[in-house]
Design a protein around this ligand. Structure first.
Ligand SMILES: CC(C)(COP(=O)([O-])OP(=O)([O-])OC[C@H]1O[C@@H](n2cnc3c(N)ncnc32)[C@H](O)[C@@H]1OP(=O)([O-])[O-])[C@@H](O)C(=O)NCCC(=O)NCCSC(=O)C[C@@](C)(O)CC(=O)[O-]
Length: 563
């Protein structure tokens, strides 16, 4: 017998909650594109904006322009026909009037279950907020406009502390009474945990609140938001607010973090076979895009899964992605099957532990060609030391994002001389790093996603193996970094065999004179594999049987490197 699993509805609040706290003005066109992309990704309920005081929420001061945009207007005109719900947040009659004048067919009213947050957010008491909501609902319903309700601070008020559940009950009862078709329970401060969620929902249900009239709105301040969504689902909630990219937060709830990310919610449900109607890959691309727009990078993507997916080979090919994202048709590829756990994300370094035993260190400073800073070098050293005796890790993979593997040390920022008392010069840190890599008890593989220069070349050559993109080159820039590389060559290339000395000599000469590409390096035996593209590199990495092998010089080599 097939198990019937009810569907969930996701209310995407990214264009409103997601953006409202961002300091720098997000251009109106970006907001419009965000809405369109979200719709494209399959989201059917999208909160478009809010019509609130522009003094209080300057970021959404362009709400009228958003609503008046022809593309958005077309959606607003007949959302039902398009299968859409497009609420707009309206705190009072003024907001409602503006929304109505723009043809909006659904509004959302919002109150708080606690006094201090209510004052901070909407400048009135709980009862004052209810009074406003009542007036808005009455007029909206008369105009044939649907009304959704929010109750904020259902667990904790940022100023008052824990919330009395009876106040939440009162607010929910009132909002349903005034005609809200659904009330979203706002964990504004992100203080909720699954146990608190279950307790509150049981309490509301016992007091005759139908769970089908409730939605969950969880913020991720303490990393509990996805767990809270799951717990609420188990309790019977089927509607969840979420924000793409995990953006969000109320400026009047200091310290609170963004909403639960839509990507994580969709991923969780989809993998449980619960349909959300959302195309996860389109959504992840949208999350990546909006993060780039508002934060200048995808560094802050909500989960490691999203970060990994964005870096995935062939990520840009929807056919492939769609297929692989369904558990039933998962590609038999260790990398995909592997669970991905964040070990640490230091400054410009991402570190993942994959379930297949790889630890992946990603240099993530693409706009500066992944040039190494002191903190990046230190983070790598710390990571390698931490994982030294970790039996769950068998290989270390070092790679980069963007067109460069690593363009050396950022000499504008880092000194090679130990001229600051108490600090270690970049040179000494690098030597320490290369020494650790060289003597590491596990295999260390450099995946040269792009070009390497200066100390970046040295980093690659301190590793046991190198897999290199065909289009990548290595280039020993004639800078003061050269000394480091010469030092490395002398230290780490075997000196016992004359033949190898010859090769070392040749390699050094070639390297010093011009950029040298992967195939040339492979001929010299200095690169194990050449990859045609990211996917191929991943496959080559999967197949790389790198084994540590002690040789007479005392240094360790990958057995596949034929020097
Ligand atoms: C609620 C008010 C408007 C009351 O503000 P007020 O100061 O009590 O109202 P007022 O009527 O005295 O008006 C003050 C000024 O705001 C203007 N104004 C008044 N109303 C509007 C309007 N609708 N649209 C545009 N402008 C408006 C009004 O014209 C006047 O302008 P001024 O004469 O000073 O230039 C104000 O306090 C406000 O806008 N607060 C911001 C609330 C807000 O947007 N908070 C964030 C969203 S809620 C949230 O994030 C929580 C939630 C929903 O996501 C769930 C959760 O996580 O808990």
């Amino acid at each position: 017998m097939t198990r019937q699993i009810p569907e969930v509805r996701i209310v995407e609040v990214g264009p409103r909650d997601g953006l409202q706290s961002i300091q720098d003005t997000v251009p109106t066109e970006t907001k419009i594109e965000l809405i369109q992309r979200l719709r494209q990704a399959g989201l059917r309920s999208i909160e478009l904006t809010s019509v609130v005081s522009p003094r209080k929420i300057p970021q959404l001061a362009d709400c009228q322009e958003v609503l008046a945009n022809p593309a958005i207007k077309r959606l607003i005109e007949d959302p039902e026909k398009l299968g859409l719900q497009l609420p707009v947040l309206t705190p009072n009659l003024k907001g409602l009037e503006i929304a109505l004048s723009r043809g909006v067919k659904e509004v959302a009213v919002f109150i708080s279950a606690t006094e201090r947050f209510s004052q901070a957010n909407i400048n009135c008491s709980i009862e004052g907020g209810l009074e406003r909501a009542r007036a808005v609902a009455r007029k909206a319903i008369q105009a044939g406009v649907a009304v959704r309700g929010y109750v904020s601070c259902v667990f904790v008020d940022p100023y008052d502390g824990p919330t009395n559940p009876s106040s939440v009950l009162h607010c929910v009862q009132e909002l349903l009474q005034i005609g809200c078709y659904e009330v979203s329970l706002g964990d504004t401060t992100g203080a909720g945990t699954p146990a608190k969620v279950a307790t509150l929902l049981r309490y509301l249900e016992k007091n005759s609140i139908p769970l089908k009239r409730l939605a969950g709105h969880f913020h991720d301040t303490y990393g509990q938001a996805v767990a809270n969504v799951l717990q609420a689902y188990i309790c019977g909630i089927r509607v969840f607010d979420a924000s793409v990219g995990g953006l969000g937060g109320c400026p009047f709830a200091p310290g609170a973090k963004g909403n639960v990310s839509t990507e994580d919610v969709v991923l969780m449900f989809q993998n449980a076979g619960i349909q959300t109607g959302v195309n996860l890959t389109e959504l992840i691309a949208t999350g990546d895009w909006i993060n780039q727009q508002v934060r200048g990078s995808s560094d802050t993507l909500p989960s490691d899964y999203c970060i990994e997916m964005v870096d995935m080979p062939h990520y840009k090919q929807p056919q492939w992605r769609e297929k692989d994202l369904h558990l039933s048709s998962f590609r038999p590829m260790t990398y995909m099957k592997a669970s991905i756990r964040r070990v640490k994300h230091a400054d410009k370094i991402r570190i993942f532990q994959l379930g297949n035993g790889d630890l992946k260190i990603v240099l993530n400073r693409p706009n500066r060609e992944n040039m190494l800073t002191r903190s990046m070098i230190t983070a790598m050293i710390e990571c390698l030391k931490t994982c030294h005796n970790d039996s769950s890790i068998s290989r270390i993979v070092i790679t980069g994002t963007g067109p460069y593997f690593c363009a050396g040390v950022d000499t504008k920022r880092e000194s090679f001389e130990d001229n600051n008392p108490g600090t270690t010069a970049a040179h000494d840190l690098l030597i320490q790093l290369f020494g650790i890599i060289d003597q590491y008890p596990k295999s260390v593989i450099a995946c040269l996603n792009g070009h390497a220069c200066g100390a970046g070349v040295a980093l690659a050559f301190a590793c046991d193996e190198r897999i290199m993109m065909r289009t990548a080159t290595i280039n020993l820039n004639p800078t003061k970094e050269t000394n480091i590389l010469t030092d490395l060559v002398n230290r780490y290339f075997p000196s016992t065999a004359t033949k190898q000395d010859d090769k070392k000599e040749k390699w050094h000469r070639t390297l010093s004179s011009r950029p040298i590409n992967g195939p040339e390096l492979q001929l010299l035996g200095l690169v194990t594999e050449i990859a045609e593209n990211k996917k191929d590199m991943q496959m080559k990495l999967e197949n790389c049987l790198c084994v540590k092998d002690n040789i007479s010089s005392g240094r360790t080599f990958g057995s596949l490197t034929k020097l």
